[in-house]
Design a protein around this ligand. Structure first.
Ligand SMILES: Cc1ncc(COP(=O)(O)O)c(C=O)c1O
Length: 459
């Protein structure tokens, strides 16, 4: 069978050259030796082959080459990370030609150094000095649209400035995974990435997953599925929501967004939902919906953990501690696997109880480099109080960073508290992972407003 390769070369002067060939090895040698003096790359040698992709179908290859030729540098680099850009193009291409024939191969990709955060700090409030507002307000072309593709280049490490940090001589940074995408944000992108690639590889056209009515994972799966050209089914806890779908959607921005992105809902009683991992329940779903690619509740499985292993980059090895919110334990397991031996990973469970210790022990083999701080769940999953809401509002006023009350707000509250209690030694460098979840705030504010309580406010 004849194969076609679309490839990207990085030239000595940092320009990119995108080409197409039937023999990648021979073609690269020709470029490198300068056999064609009129070629763009001739005067730009030496060259590095940073990416290639193999196709069985010439039309797909041409389509792909044309598309990526127009891309800017950062997007071409992102391509090598196998993110949704690739999936998006391939799914567009599916409509035009033969989806079954493609095969994606990643060769290598040098990691582009992350753009440095803004240097000029400003006094933003009486309580804190922050550089974050500038990052938050940086003009950006495609952010804010759920139709935009996830962009991991947006995830930068941003320093947090608070008086307590100065007092305790601790450096705190936050990895802005929440900026990857408005809905496929934070750990959601990481957890879904390899699952979607796997679903495509298995030629499945439907993703089915589980979640509560305000689940970040549900809306992320709907949006990511749409971007990747896959149908999505959400099995939602609470059969009372089925009775009047219009009303349910009007009162629930999470389900509304998932619905707008094409997700079909299957509402089940709380008792049935508890049965969600049983073979008989899954089989009954297959009878009803046909074959699907199953993603567990919260998105946690081996492929999700593999995706979460990519959160930490080479540059992050300078940190002593990595902090993350914990729900099912998938995200922290990825971090535990990829953390360097001198680093400690600290989890802040959003749920009450000690069971997460055992759950995480099942998901990762490393024992020595992590621990959970169990005192910051605020009463349990999806429980919050005025103290937490006020903390989230004050943290935003001080840093311009949005936190959610289910996961990241509790974590940050815990981090500030343990810093006050000298948990970290002087001169520690701590990296917090912002796992997203901002989409859920609208729903929380609705509940707070029903109870006449102060709202989460980012103004
Ligand atoms: C915003 C946010 N942060 C953290 C977590 C916890 O991640 P995990 O379930 O992988 O522990 C979740 C749940 O997936 C989440 O939605």
């Amino acid at each position: 069978m004849k194969l076609y390769y679309v490839y990207i070369l990085e030239c000595a002067d940092k320009f990119f050259y995108t080409g197409i060939t039937t023999n990648i090895t021979r073609r690269f040698v020709e470029h490198q030796k300068g056999l064609n003096k009129t070629c763009f790359t001739f005067k730009r040698r030496p060259l590095e082959l940073i990416f290639y992709q193999e196709f069985n179908d010439v039309n797909q290859a041409i389509f792909f080459e044309k598309k990526i030729k127009k891309w800017r540098r950062s997007k071409k680099l992102a391509l090598g990370n196998e993110d949704f850009d690739t999936l998006q193009i391939l799914s567009e291409c599916n409509n035009q030609s033969h989806s079954k024939n493609y095969k994606v191969t990643k060769l290598s990709l040098p990691v582009e150094s992350k753009s440095k955060e803004e240097e000029n700090s400003k006094v933003l409030s009486l309580r804190a000095e922050s550089r974050s507002q500038e990052v938050e307000n940086k003009p950006s072309t495609k952010r804010g649209l759920d139709s935009a593709r996830p962009d991991i280049q947006q995830s930068i490490n941003q320093q947090i400035f608070l008086p307590i940090l100065q007092e305790k001589k601790v450096d705190l940074y936050i990895k802005r995974e929440d900026k990857i995408h408005p809905f496929v944000s934070g750990n959601k992108f990481r957890k879904l990435k390899y699952n979607i690639l796997e679903a495509k590889k298995m030629q499945q056209d439907t993703l089915l997953t589980f979640g509560g009515a305000f689940s970040n994972h549900i809306v992320a799966t709907a949006v990511a599925g749409k971007l990747a050209g896959l149908k999505t089914i959400g099995v939602i806890r609470g059969d009372e929501l089925r009775n009047n779908l219009q009303k349910t959607l009007a009162n629930n921005s999470t389900l509304k967004k998932a619905h707008e992105n094409g997700m079909d809902f299957h509402f089940v009683s709380r008792a049935s939902y508890r049965d969600k991992t049983s073979v008989s329940f899954i089989n009954s779903l297959k009878e009803q919906f046909g074959d699907f690619y199953l993603i567990p509740e919260g998105g946690t499985n081996d492929l999700a953990i593999k995706g979460c292993e990519e959160i930490l980059t080479k540059e992050d090895s300078e940190f002593d501690a990595i902090c993350v919110a914990v729900g099912t334990g998938g995200t922290i397991s990825g971090l535990i696997n990829s953390a360097k031996s001198h680093q400690k990973v600290i989890g802040f469970p959003a749920l009450k109880g000690d069971f997460l210790q055992q759950e995480i022990e099942k998901l990762t083999t490393r024992r020595e480099n992590w621990s959970l701080l169990n005192e910051y769940h605020f009463g349990g999953y999806a429980k919050y109080n005025e103290v937490l809401i006020s903390f989230i509002n004050q943290f935003y006023a001080a840093t311009k960073i949005k936190l959610d009350p289910i996961y990241t707000g509790k974590m940050l509250f815990g981090i500030v508290d343990v810093i006050k209690k000298d948990y970290f030694s002087e001169n520690s460098k701590i990296l917090i992972i912002h796992t997203g979840g901002i989409q859920g705030i609208e729903g929380v504010n609705q509940k707070l407003s029903n109870k006449n309580l102060a709202l989460i406010s980012f103004s």
